[in-house]
Design a protein around this ligand. Sequence first.
Ligand SMILES: [Mn+2]
Length: 362
Amino acid sequence: MSSASTTRSSLKEVPACIKFVEEALKRDKKVYVLHHWDADGVASAAILLRVLGPRIVGMSTPRIGMYGASALNPSEIERSGADTLVVLDYGARPDEILARMPQGIQTFIVDHHAVKLSSDARRCCCNPVALGMGEAEYPSTTWVLYELLNTPSDIVDLVALGIVGDLGPALATSEHVLFVDNVAAELNMTLNDFVRAVELIDSCYRVVDSKCVEHAVRVLAEKGVEGVLHDEVLINTRELASRYVESAYDRLQSLKEPCPGVKVWKLRLDSLVTSYVGRSLARAYPDDVILLAHNIPSLNVTYVYVRSYSMPLRKFLEKLREEGLNVGGKDMVFVVTCSEENCDEVLSKITTHLCRDLSKEG
Ligand SMILES: [Mn+2]
């Protein structure tokens, strides 16, 4: 692909990416992998497991559902005896991660979320999107790894899976759809098989089961996408997750539209179905921006999930971050974390910005 060759050369100019390849991948290091719990994070971890094998001395996710220092477990990383830590696809603020990591362990962050990079973070973050490169070119962390590893053919199934997981229906209009189609065809599989594998893997975090996530990484590394489709543990977890999702739809509360083009829902439920429900709402209303305020009592947190399949949201994300809100996300989706007390205020801040902009355009 011609786009791949141009982007490849630009990643190779990023000092933190060069350093990651030279020091974490090529040398004989003892590596601990900390990875996001979604399909892209799981597939990224599986890539490193395939490539590094026994050089990986430990692997886990941050506490499922939490982004930031309190989700990390530095003592476990220390106990593993690792000298190198690789953090994959975890959209938390790099400075917060670095501040919490054990001394004497060299940390690398490989990601494609739109995070802010301090000069300290710049030294260890191989994150093309945070450095201003296009998110369309880096749809997944698996794709970042693919380029860093010089596009080896023995990981293309995992690379494609990460792309399918992160892009969802947006894959159809992405330049990467060709890559995914080719990989599926080579494996004698369909795109729908990949969509099903994503669903199976993502059910682990929906029911907040980190052991299940680790299981998924091993299955994926050893048996690939086909192995995931036939795995009993994952199939059972998907059953459980679909019951959670059903109860989410029952409890979903629709609010009054703040303006044409913006729709708002509230949900209170103890499972991590925020993005699942948010995505399905966005698919049902593809011309609108959808907001889902999901309160999770056991985590004592509310996530305001904002997604659009028609309008880029990056500038809103940046505006809200400037106003001091805790925002993480990408071009077409972002999440604002709030406490139960200030959530209505946060909701109205977001809708005010969106409605002001939409009325200008309309
Ligand atoms: Mn990702």
